[in-house]
Design a protein. Structure first.
Lengths: 787, 298
């Protein structure tokens, strides 16, 4: 079996590298510098700080908890600590024992910053590729629809990442669907990451410390999805003083508060947001009728430093969308609507065994629930009461270990055990003529486990690699799946500022999203791998070049990728997943009959030119890509382009900070239109009337679509602009932002449909294609306070 | 809070809401001319089912309307010339109504296991259409009724008929199951047939994938419709089950209609249904099935 062979090879590699590092005769005489990276203003830990020995390419980066550990080969060293937006620190050490030192970085005024090799976080020396890291500050400065800052919409501006359609926040990464993204918030997996039918993501930038998207070259510590990893860390909360931020926008308001609980030991952060469309609309709704929509989300986090070696964190997220409509008269009353909600809770314990060994243990709870309700009363007597529920609940335990025995090795290992409970759909119906009808799809329980080991290693001055393997395991009813997933990421420095990179990742996905809408709707169902539905798997190879233009403060990267996926989940033609009209006809686990599995191919090239700091920042991204799918039961078994196949995708983002008061920003995006189906003709058929059924005796007018997804929407393009004015007052800072979404009022298509129009010239009715656009030019204004 | 403040808040709310409403004005549909929809010529569409036990075989021939053709033209083709051949005998079908053409079993016998070819053309169409199918071999599957559950209420009586059929081992088989109930009106002595419904849609059409040679359990339900006033005095005479062994084109073509209850709609967010066709240069299906009937006297 080839997989077991891969596993064996990688196991041998890791064993050899670990053994070589442990057997190094110099190891026993070497000392380690370790500690946490913190920022000066609020004492927040900083992940992703570059830490390297001056004059060499030897170094490391701080982990998600801000912890770093480095064991230089020499006794006297100078270490440089640098991170975007902060003044770098150079510290000289004479090492005669293990040293623990927390490094504080001070924010700097970007416009006066001098670009040097030490401050320009270089991409050529990074042993990573296909990674997108967007500073939270930049997310706040980029114009957004209705002024609602959205992490995912900024990620969509990066090469290799696309939106599914006009205004939506779903991420389509390198040809993968939105269900193939591993979205993690403080170690907790988030299932439905969207508000308002996909127009906004769940994540409120006020509460986030870092956001990073990986499109390929996944390290072994990540698993469970095929296409990307979006890893987000919530802020810990200021340990120095009480602060807050508030914002009033066109559709929502938000508030964030943070501060110490025990000074320099423990802190908290609470952040919330709520829309007020329902409140605004209320005066215009007639008496007796109720209708409204709102969403809110709430983030909270506590952290406590028990000792220099132990820290604990408890964080949580809760968000809910609710849409309701109702009418009440003297005689009858009805209420209908739906809500969907996410909740996550994570408890984490960091422990530093010694300067070289760091561990984190997490206990995680995550749930997503969707509910549709309808009730009708006549003279206070119940006529009908319907509840449709679908939900998923996860309880996980996770343990991660980081060991850095020498500067040439950083070994990570860990285990993740998740207990899933799925309820794909359940209907409870009460009506006047029946006592109670309860239809429940059997709950599905499964374990998803992952065991990984990876070594971030260095061979000589020019070659770095991350070699790892993840062993994934999934149980469902009577069947178990086991898959070794080898991973490799290697980089070769061709010059001091120029490198070539290569990666390979084998991924397995055991949990799937069923949707036949192509949108990120709450009605989509999360379902597990079963005896009949095999796990989705992919193999991705990527190669690229990275160049730093240090004097200009620019990074340039060019990457090509090829991804093959198997057992990709598709939707049977005409599949439907909601059965409100006739709940009795809903079969147990009906979703299995509505899906089909096939293959997928994605390949393309991505170019990114980026400037991350200075007065003028931004990027230009270009993607050339192809995405094809094949299912035996769809399109007569022939290959077809995926709906989100996009040949050309361009994004230009610019942010100009004129001075301390004014910041201007703009974006322009262009993308080839999505592949769609429009009927080329209609034809009549009469099915065989074997049942003497009226239903089958009609003439059906069947649309003929030709080959699946053989037509294209119009190209998508749009420009957004924004201007921010910040005024610093003695006690607080105030920012007014004015932005315009879709500046030149491009009528981008949301969807097309076929209609019939009367042609007065011929006197006949003709078929015409019509489109719906939903976002014209939209100006918005928002007011933000920081105190 | 002062009333002036409340009034101000209401004004702000009104303004914000009005702006939002204004912004979404472009939801009004707009005709698009930039979509490149391939243009095609009208084609013949055929619905033909050869069942050896039928004495008259009717075939429906219609025509397609490409998207650039006026929509108020009729669907039926009145002047088609259609032929069916078994390789040695060829018959030309006669007109039997608007869009319908037929031949009798006396003109050309439809025999299980035999291959038939179909062709048709009509003036004004650029291409003739043709197809072929092989009628499935005769079969005699075992069918056992395992239980009949009867529930009588003041409004009606319902029957749940549980039965199973044994698949033919060693062959790839496709099935369609039809259930009917035969009643006698105790007043007029009229015989009335009422269709039964499958307990699950897939009970009425399925293949033997993964259960070759196995017993396949099924359930059909029936009612005497007394609650509608039609069943008063109706007495159940028999439960009749027809098992059709179909060819693959029959199965592929009918599956969306029979199991998925497919009916074309305009929902732009659902996956489109591609209806199977085995008609060269046209649309529709030319297919066949053999039927075995079972009668359970009550």
């Amino acid at each position: 079996m080839p997989y077991s062979r891969y596993a064996l090879y990688l196991g041998v590699i890791l064993f050899v590298s670990l053994a070589s590092s442990l057997n190094n005769p110099a190891r026993s005489q070497r000392f380690t510098i370790s500690g946490h990276m913190v920022e000066s203003e609020g004492k927040e830990t900083i992940p992703g700080v570059n830490i390297f020995l001056k004059g060499t390419s030897t170094g490391t980066i701080s982990n998600n908890y801000g912890f770093y550990s480095i064991s230089p080969m020499k006794d006297t060293v100078e270490i440089v600590y640098s991170f975007i937006g902060y003044a770098p620190q150079n510290i000289r050490f004479f090492l005669h024992r293990d040293t623990v030192i927390d490094i504080t970085l001070n924010p700097i005024r970007l416009e006066t910053f001098v670009v040097t090799a030490e401050t320009n976080t270089p991409i050529s020396t990074e042993n990573r590729m296909s990674v997108v890291s967007v500073p939270i500050r930049q997310i706040q400065e980029i114009p957004a629809l209705l002024g609602e800052k959205d992490v995912f919409k900024v990620l969509q501006l990066m090469p290799g990442v696309q939106s599914g359609g006009e205004g939506t926040s779903g991420l389509y990464v390198r040809g993968g669907g939105p269900d193939q993204n591993l979205i993690i918030l403080d170690d907790a997996l988030v299932y439905n990451a969207f508000h308002l039918f996909g127009f906004f993501s769940l994540f409120n930038g006020d509460a986030l410390k870092s956001v990073e998207l990986s499109k390929g070259g996944f390290p072994a510590r990540f698993g469970g999805r095929l296409s990307s990893v979006v890893e987000m860390q919530m802020k810990d909360g200021s340990r120095k003083g009480y602060h807050g931020e508030a914002g009033i926008g066109l559709i929502s308001s938000r508030l964030m508060l943070e501060g110490p609980i025990i000074k320099d030991k423990a802190s908290f952060i609470v952040s919330g947001r709520r829309t007020y469309l329902d409140v605004l609309a209320k005066p215009f709704i007639p008496d007796g009728i109720s209708a409204g929509y709102y969403f809110y989300d709430l983030n909270a986090k506590l952290n406590y430093e028990i000792s220099p070696r132990d820290r604990v964190y408890v964080s949580g997220y809760f968000g809910r969308d609710k849409f309701n409509v109702g009418e009440e008269t003297d005689w009858d009353e009805f209420q209908a609507g739906m809500f969907w909600q996410n909740a996550t809770t994570t408890g984490r314990w960091n422990h530093i065994f010694n300067p070289r060994l760091f561990t984190n243990t997490s206990l995680i709870y995550s749930t997503y629930r969707f509910n549709v309700f309808f009730s009708q009363f006549e003279k206070e007597k119940l006529m009908l009461d319907l509840d449709y529920i679908s939900d998923i609940e996860d309880v996980s335990i996770k343990s991660d270990w980081e060991y850095s025995p020498t500067p040439n090795h950083l070994i990570r290992a860990g285990l993740l055990v998740t207990y899933h409970t799925f309820r794909p759909s359940a209907v409870v119906l009460k009506a006047m003529d029946i006592d109670e009808y309860t239809f429940k799809v059997r709950r599905l329980f499964s374990f998803e486990n992952g065991l990984y080991v990876e070594d971030e290693l260095r061979l000589g001055d020019r070659f770095k690699a991350n070699v790892g393997i993840r062993l994934s395991h999934f149980t469902t009813r009577d069947k178990q799946y086991f898959n070794p997933e080898p991973r490799l990421m290697a980089s070769w420095m061709l010059a001091d500022d120029f490198s070539a990179k290569l990666s390979y990742a084998h991924m397995t996905q055991y949990v799937h999203l069923i949707s036949n809408s192509g949108l990120s709707l709450p009605t989509d169902l999360w379902v597990p791998t079963t005896e009949n539905i095999a796990p989705q798997q992919s193999q991705q190879v990527a190669a690229g070049l990275a160049k730093d233009l240090i004097p200009l403060g620019l990074n340039v990267s060019l990457e090509g990728y090829y991804k093959y996926s198997k057992n990709v989940l598709g939707y049977s033609e005409g599949a439907s997943f909601l059965m409100f009209e006739d709940p009795e006809s809903t079969e147990e686990v009906k979703w299995e009959d509505n899906v089909t599995q096939g293959q997928g191919w994605s390949y393309g090239a991505e170019f990114l030119l980026q400037r991350k700091f200075g007065a003028f920042t931004g990027w230009i991204g270009y993607t050339l890509s192809w995405t094809q799918l094949q299912f035996d039961e769809v399109n007569n078994g022939d290959k077809f382009f995926a709906k989100y196949d996009r040949r050309n995708d361009i994004s230009v983002v610019g942010i100009y900070k004129l001075n301390d008061k004014f910041t201007f920003s703009g974006t322009w995006v262009y993308g080839t239109g999505n592949a769609i189906n429009l009927p080329t003709a209609e034809y009549p058929v009469i099915p065989h009337n074997a049942e003497m059924s009226e239903w089958l005796n009609w003439t059906r007018e069947i649309p003929s679509y030709g080959a699946k997804n053989s037509q294209r929407m119009e190209p998508y393009h749009r420009m957004d602009l924004s201007a921010r004015y910040t005024k610093k007052l003695p006690k607080y800072e105030r920012t007014i932002e004015f932005s315009v979404f879709n500046l030149y009022n491009r009528k981008n298509p949301y969807f097309y449909f076929l209609d019939q129009d009367y042609d007065p010239n011929t006197g006949q009715w003709m078929n015409v294609v019509k489109k719906i656009s939903i976002f014209p030019v939209i100006p918005s204004i928002s007011l933000n306070f920081k105190f | 809070m002062k009333s002036s403040h409340i009034a101000s808040l209401q004004t702000i709310g009104l303004i914000l809401f009005s702006i939002l409403i204004l912004f979404f004005y472009s939801c009004e549909p707009e005709i698009v001319t930039k979509i490149d929809i391939p243009e095609e010529d009208p084609k013949l569409s055929v619905s033909a089912y050869l069942i050896p036990s039928d004495t008259i075989h009717q075939i429906y021939i219609g025509k397609s309307k490409p998207h650039n053709v006026p929509t108020d033209e009729s669907w039926e083709v009145e002047n088609a010339v259609a032929t069916i051949s078994d390789g040695s005998t060829t018959v030309t079908l006669t007109k039997a109504g608007l869009g319908y053409y037929q031949f009798s079993q006396d003109d050309l016998e439809i025999v299980p296991g035999k291959k038939y070819q179909f062709s048709a053309y009509a003036p004004g169409f650029k291409q003739s259409v043709h197809s072929s199918c092989v009628v499935p071999a005769l079969f005699d599957p075992k069918l056992e009724v395992t239980s009949i559950d009867t529930v009588t209420t003041s409004e009606m009586t319902s029957w749940a008929v549980n039965f199973k059929i044994m698949d033919n081992p060693g062959t790839v088989d496709f099935y369609r199951i039809v259930g009917t109930m035969e009643f006698i009106d105790t007043t007029t002595f009229e015989i009335i047939h009422m269709p039964m419904s499958p307990a699950q849609p897939r009970f009425s059409m399925f293949d033997d994938a993964g259960r070759d040679g196995a017993w396949i359990p099924l359930r059909f339900d029936g009612y005497n419709y007394e609650w509608m006033g039609q069943g008063s005095g109706l007495k159940l005479v028999s439960i009749n089950i027809d098992v059709l062994r179909t060819d693959e084109p029959y199965y592929k073509f009918h599956y969306p209609f029979v199991v998925k209850q497919y009916y074309p709609d305009d929902n732009p967010f659902t996956e489109p249904v591609i209806i199977f066709s085995n008609i060269t240069n046209g649309y529709g299906v030319f297919c066949s099935a053999v039927k075995k009937s079972y009668r359970f006297q009550q």
